[in-house]
Design a protein around this ligand. Structure first.
Ligand code: SF4
Ligand code: SF4
Length: 339
């Protein structure tokens, strides 16, 4: 029963009677908490049944995580505890994840609504994610989170509630209050504003299965190593594997912007950066004409947006900037030996 006394009917359910949500995110963006709020709103606020749980590795900021929500009508019990494979709503909290994780696996056109945190249009998002078809929603969750003083998860939750179509606003508000009200009472307004803007600002578009991209069936990732194939302890069996690392998923909206004209090539940033992002090459100093090492810019593939370098540079050559406002392909300088 809802707080108004009505029993809630799910608009759609799978063969087992569940409405399922999967959130693909990175540690630090709050998908785990979003799952808790969505499940609490459904169970406590709306008298439904369900389960919510997350799957993550080292619980480190920036590592990929999945959060699952499974909801059924009040009379049904939950007797399943496996990951959500073919969700009704698939929310992708960071678009860079699509480069390294099969985030769209199990998206079924006609069943799954895919929501992406992005500045792209739905059509661009569909192409970026290579979706076979179906309903695609986009919302600039990072921008809204920064504008409201809240977090990406609140905005994405608003968009998920819109796609789900059965959430009651009061139930969601109570669940947010229960989660943050005591700990961060001053942030309640910001969180509710972000939730509302996610709900109002997500834009949807439906795409036909036009043969542009193939289906992306769900596949369970098999562990690469087992007890019969494990290498001798301590050996590195894929040499130079760090070059493939993409730390851009760790960023939360801000990057250091390099202003070449102001740089005096003191090297302080290079000493400070923990991730070897600064690209230097032998050349002539453009101001003095002397031969030496010249700082060309930043390889943003490795930059996690900690902004330590912007604090250390005394010459104003590194300033914090909104990532969404930059053309990242244009400003990224690659290390020559990694090209
Ligand atoms: S700290 Fe600033 S001035 Fe010094 S090398 Fe880095 S960007 Fe240039
Ligand atoms: S923001 Fe952090 S990771 Fe990125 S270049 Fe600066 S110091 Fe390195």
């Amino acid at each position: 029963m809802t707080q108004s006394g009505k029993a809630v009917k799910l608009p759609v359910k799978n063969d087992l009677g569940f409405f399922e949500i999967r959130m693909e995110s990175i540690g630090g963006l709050g998908a785990n908490v979003a799952g808790k709020i969505l499940i609490e709103a459904a169970i406590i606020g709306m008298g439904m049944n369900g389960a919510g749980f997350a799957s993550y590795g080292s619980e480190k900021k920036g590592t990929p995580i999945k959060s699952f929500v499974r909801i059924c009508e009040g009379a049904q019990q939950v007797r399943i505890n496996s990951p959500v494979e073919e969700p009704h709503v698939l929310a992708i909290f960071h678009e860079a994840l699509a480069k390294s994780v099969p985030v769209t696996a199990g998206a079924v056109p006609g069943k799954t609504v895919v929501i992406l945190n992005t500045r792209r249009t739905p059509s661009e998002a569909r192409d970026f994610l290579k979706l076979e078809g179906g309903k695609v929603g986009v919302v600039d969750a990072m921008e809204v989170a920064m504008a409201t003083g809240s977090r990406v998860n609140m905005v994405m939750m608003g968009a998920i509630m819109k796609a789900a179509g059965f959430y009651e606003w009061k139930a969601a508000e109570d669940a947010v209050q229960a989660q943050f009200g005591k700990k961060y009472p001053t942030l309640m307004k910001a969180n509710m504003d972000a939730l509302k803007r996610g709900f109002d600002e997500v834009k949807f578009e439906e795409f036909k299965k036009d043969g542009k991209f193939p289906p992306q069936p769900f596949r369970r990732e098999e562990p690469k190593l087992g007890y019969e194939t494990a290498p001798i302890g301590g050996t590195i069996y894929s040499v130079g594997n760090m070059r493939f690392k993409d730390l851009s998923t760790s960023r939360t909206g801000t990057i250091p912007l390099f202003i070449l004209d102001k740089c005096v090539r003191c090297g302080e940033c290079d000493i400070t950066c923990p991730d070897y992002c600064f690209v230097w090459e032998k050349g002539k100093d453009p101001k003095t004409g002397k031969d030496g090492m010249v700082l060309l810019g930043i390889d943003y593939q490795y930059c996690k947006g900690c902004l330590r370098c912007t604090h250390i540079c005394k010459f104003g050559a590194l300033i914090p900037a909104k990532e969404a406002e930059q053309d990242m392909d244009k400003i990224t300088v690659k290390h020559k030996f990694l090209k």
